[in-house]
Design a protein around this ligand. Structure first.
Ligand code: SF4
Length: 376
């Protein structure tokens, strides 16, 4: 299937990278170096609204702006409602602290036996190896520490995390997260994966990364070659809108899938970005073409300053209702609320059970018709 190439330059007069050689554009180090971090750079790329201009300055102390040229090139320069722009350009909504907002909405710091490890579930841990990301997503649940260089995971912290995992035989699954672990060099990641692979009770690792979306150039041949040596390595990524499924993202996913990595997507339900069944259906169909299984849809959590992104739980159930039965089961993720205060992921499904009396169950199918099933 021929995929349309992502436009490298946004339409309009602000194509500031037009003369950049492909060798730069395709180099992830160059993309990292050239990130947009200031308002004067941003206004060369998009026509800023007054709200965005103010927010880019006023939110900087709390949560920096960082946008790779690649991700910025996907923005509509004239539409402040562009889904890529909403996820990466600050708005004044971030300065509003809602009553329900929490600094650490999932209580990840509370369940931290050593710095850099959250151990909440019996057989798996979250392992933070960096606090950097190519793009600082405005809806980030870890904005309390991501983008803050003073909180970056020090080498000793990573070593302490590895020691903790080695000392806990119940841990069979390690979710390597951050920030974005792919912000580390291949050598550094290789070292971490090698150490983990040498721990007999660790069966699988999962890399949680948004680089496929924000910096697909990061998925180089050398990188996937390195991953091959540590399989099984699962990769979970975070596409939120079909506009992010570019030719570059397809190529990054192909390399990972060809290297044997099972790929999953964790979408966050965001008002104005993807709270629409049609958008999610299109996204999930594109993900399956990329060999990425839609894995979770998260209800937007209670992180501080992101209430403008939240929508109702019912909006998520409506999306699942629109998917289930109407398209391949592979395209139907789990819709979950990651409960505040460390309650963990709670599935929230539409109701398909109409009633249940003794051995008789009455179900409703995706077309709304009722069917009765009798248990033995
Ligand atoms: S990539 Fe993930 S950790 Fe980094 S800013 Fe985005 S949501 Fe937060």
């Amino acid at each position: 299937m021929t995929q349309q190439l992502a436009t490298r330059f946004p339409p309009g007069p602000r194509s500031i990278w037009r003369d950049e050689p492909d060798a730069h554009w395709n180099d992830w180090h160059w993309q990292q170096r050239e990130r947009i971090t200031r308002v004067d750079q941003l206004e060369k790329v998009i026509r800023l609204t007054d709200d965005e201009r103010r927010a880019a300055v006023e939110t900087d102390a709390d949560f920096h702006m960082g946008i790779t040229p690649y991700y910025a090139s996907l923005m509509d320069p004239d539409d402040p409602h562009c889904p890529v722009r909403l996820q990466s350009v600050p708005t004044m909504g971030e300065t509003i602290v809602a009553a329900a907002d929490l600094d650490d909405p999932l209580a990840e710091e509370r369940d931290m036996p050593v710095r850099g490890i959250t151990h909440r579930y019996p057989d798996r841990v979250l392992f933070y190896v960096t606090h950097n990301c190519p793009v600082y997503c405005r809806h980030c649940t870890r904005k309390r520490k991501v983008a803050d260089p003073s909180s970056a995971a020090a080498r000793q912290q990573v070593e302490d995390g590895l020691d903790y995992i080695a000392a806990h035989p119940e841990v069979r699954d390690v979710v390597i997260s951050g920030g974005d672990p792919l912000s580390l060099s291949d050598e550094r990641l290789d070292h971490i994966l090698e150490r983990l692979r040498a721990i007999p009770h660790v069966e699988i690792f999962r890399l949680g990364t948004r680089n496929l979306v924000t910096l697909p150039q990061r998925i180089t041949d050398d990188f996937v070659h390195m991953l091959r040596r540590h399989q099984p390595v699962y990769v979970n990524t975070h596409f939120n809108h079909p506009k992010e499924c570019t030719a570059e993202a397809f190529e990054a996913a192909r390399r990972l899938a060809d290297a044997g990595c099972p790929l999953g997507n964790q979408m966050v339900l965001l008002k104005g970005v993807n709270d629409d069944p049609k958008v999610v259906t299109e996204l999930n169909h594109k993900l399956l073409l990329m060999r990425i299984r839609p894995y979770y849809i998260y209800q937007c959590d209670l992180a501080k300053g992101i209430s403008h992104f939240r929508t109702t739980v019912e909006a998520g159930r409506k999306i699942i209702r629109a998917l289930r039965g109407h398209t391949s089961g592979l395209a139907v993720p789990h819709f979950v609320v990651d409960a505040p205060e460390g309650g963990g992921k709670i599935p929230v499904n539409p109701d398909y059970v109409v009633r249940h009396e003794g051995k008789k169950w009455v179900f409703r199918n995706f077309r709304g018709k009722e069917y009765t099933y009798f248990e033995p």
